[in-house]
Design a protein around this ligand. Structure first.
Ligand code: TA6
Length: 287
């Protein structure tokens, strides 16, 4: 029994056995289709009627209960990166979330709400709205009696036609931690181009970013709110070869532009307080 079946909507939300047999739902809106796994509440695919997949999914990804899906939108919570004795990029992307609601909205968009089980002192919801755009909202409510501090990130993988002909725009003048150099620098370029492994955490920025993909003739716009960190990552050749769940050549067809609150932008919620990280992705022709 697929636990997601009870939220099916004929023609709009269909429960299925995804890769590896993991429970998933296919979401068919008027203007786009998505596949979302119960594992990690992971948006693994988003495809608009008029073009190639917007989200990248590795052909070598694991689909196992104890492994993250490589691609799509990993939900990173309650910490980003390493933590001694705990999974890298935390536990939310490894958890089975509960699908609590599915709605067919006027105009043909479809909205799903997932809840992260496990901690009575927190209510963590992930709301995905599939339509002309893809909108995702990660909300944390502190129901406990003590402050709660966390990091979060929607670690989004985007498909590009050719990384050598791809630019990320919108971060000029923003300070960033270059994780490879372990140095804080300021972005001088109007457009970030990729010629080597790139792993940068841009901080104190609420900027909308754009991925200009000359090979596919597509512009992907990433708007965000409730986020002060933007991470830009491409593993490039050596790291790609060292990731068993990522094809050696797949670095050529993807880039991560991730929205969240990490390191010095970790969030502390007082009892009763809440925070929402929201990201909206849409696309148009690159002119
Ligand atoms: O967000 C960039 C990053 O932190 C990189 O340093 C790299 O580790 C990437 O995330 C992938 O992490 P993962 O745990 O999904 O392999």
């Amino acid at each position: 029994m697929n636990p997601l079946e009870r939220h099916e909507i004929p023609g709009a939300v269909t429960a299925l056995a995804g890769k590896g047999g993991l429970p998933a739902v296919q979401v068919d809106s008027a203007r786009s289709t998505a596949v979302i796994y119960q594992h990690g509440a992971h948006v693994a695919s988003w495809v608009k009627k008029d073009g190639p997949p917007v989200l990248f999914l590795s052909g070598s990804s694991d689909f196992l209960p104890d492994k993250p899906i490589r691609g799509g939108v990993p939900v990173i919570f309650p910490w980003f990166g390493a933590r001694e004795g705990h999974p890298f990029h935390a536990t939310a992307r490894l958890a089975d979330w509960d699908l609590s609601e599915s709605l067919l909205l006027d105009g043909g968009d479809v909205r799903l709400r997932f809840l992260l089980p496990g901690d009575d002192d927190l209510r963590v919801s992930f709301v995905v709205t599939v339509g002309e755009s893809l909108r995702m909202e990660l909300t944390v409510i502190n129901r406990g009696t003590a402050d709660f501090t966390f990091e979060n990130c929607l670690h989004t993988y985007f498909t590009v036609g050719d990384i050598h002909r791809t630019e990320v725009r919108g971060l000029q003048g923003v300070s960033y931690l270059d994780k490879l150099l372990d140095r804080v620098l300021t972005e001088e370029q109007q457009a970030i181009r990729f010629t080597a492994e790139t792993d940068r955490i841009y901080q104190n920025t609420e900027a909308t970013t754009e991925i200009a993909d000359a090979a596919l003739g597509r512009l992907i716009r990433i708007r965000k709110s409730g986020s002060l960190s933007t991470v830009v990552w491409n593993p490039w050749i050596d790291k790609a070869r060292n990731m068993p769940d990522f094809g050696d050549e797949e670095y050529l067809g993807m880039v991560c532009v991730e929205s969240g609150n990490v390191r010095e932008h970790a969030i502390t919620l007082a009892p009763g307080a809440s925070h929402t990280l929201a990201v909206e992705i849409d696309t148009r022709e690159l002119v």
